[in-house]
Design a protein around this ligand. Structure first.
Ligand SMILES: Nc1ncnc2c1ncn2[C@@H]1O[C@H](COP(=O)(O)OP(=O)(O)OP(=O)(O)O)[C@@H](O)[C@H]1O
Ligand SMILES: O=C(O)C1=C[C@@H](O)[C@@H](O)[C@H](O)C1
Ligand SMILES: [Mg+2]
Length: 179
């Protein structure tokens, strides 16, 4: 359990909630999308335009691998990180993985009008793109240790639940309990 890692569909709140979890634990927060932009000097939309989705996914893999070498961090991933089996293998190796979830309607409401710089996959008809991504990614987030539905919940509430679950799990390991 070296790091707390948030996975989930785009718009489930990984970046927003991850920052709050990090504050609560007193740990650094790493957002892999932001790290990719810092390392490449490009926005995600520029990377997609210049290198295609495959080029972006390669950067995502390399950044994830580097970040997960560290410990005591809260890591917010990009929504598509689970598409590559080698990423899933890294995530399954000693990380506390939390999947955030939300109904399609919630994602559409949150992301409507916010597709440009950070989420080129949602360009055009946001609702249609979200529904397509949900279909393509069905089951891919299921390996997480816990799944938290975020509909009608404040980011602060979701973050508090993650902190509680993480502490319960690590305490159980220390005391030998089976949680
Ligand atoms: N629990 C919540 N309730 C209401 N709005 C939320 C909640 N969590 C996040 N949001 C809002 O939804 C939008 C998307 O959140 P965020 O950027 O954290 O998602 P993400 O999971 O990191 O997405 P991506 O995978 O694309 O990086 C933001 O505008 C954020 O303020
Ligand atoms: O769901 C996705 O595939 C993505 C989500 C974002 O976090 C970014 O990582 C990028 O826009 C791709
Ligand atoms: Mg994010």
């Amino acid at each position: 359990m070296r790091n707390v890692v948030l996975i989930g569909m785009t718009g489930t709140g990984k970046s927003t909630v991850g920052r709050l979890v990090a504050e609560a634990l007193g740990w650094p927060h790493v957002d892999t999308d932001e790290r990719i932009e810092a390392v490449t000097g490009r926005t995600i939309a520029e990377l997609f335009a210049e290198r295609g989705e495959a080029g972006f996914r390669q950067w995502e893999h390399e950044v994830l691998r580097e970040v997960l070498k560290g410990e005591g961090q809260v890591v917010s991933t990009g929504g598509g990180v689970v598409l590559r089996p080698d990423n899933v293998a890294l995530l399954r190796d000693g990380q506390f993985v939390v999947a955030l979830a939300a109904e399609p309607e919630t994602l559409v409401r949150r992301l409507q009008g916010d597709a440009s710089r950070h989420r080129p996959l949602l360009a055009g008809d946001v609702e249609a793109q979200i529904r397509k991504l949900i279909r393509e990614r069905r089951g891919l987030y299921d390996f997480a240790h816990v799944r938290i539905a975020t509909d009608n919940r404040l980011p602060q509430e979701v973050a508090a639940e993650i902190v509680h679950l993480y502490r319960a799990r690590t305490n159980a390991q220390v005391t030998g309990g089976s949680y």
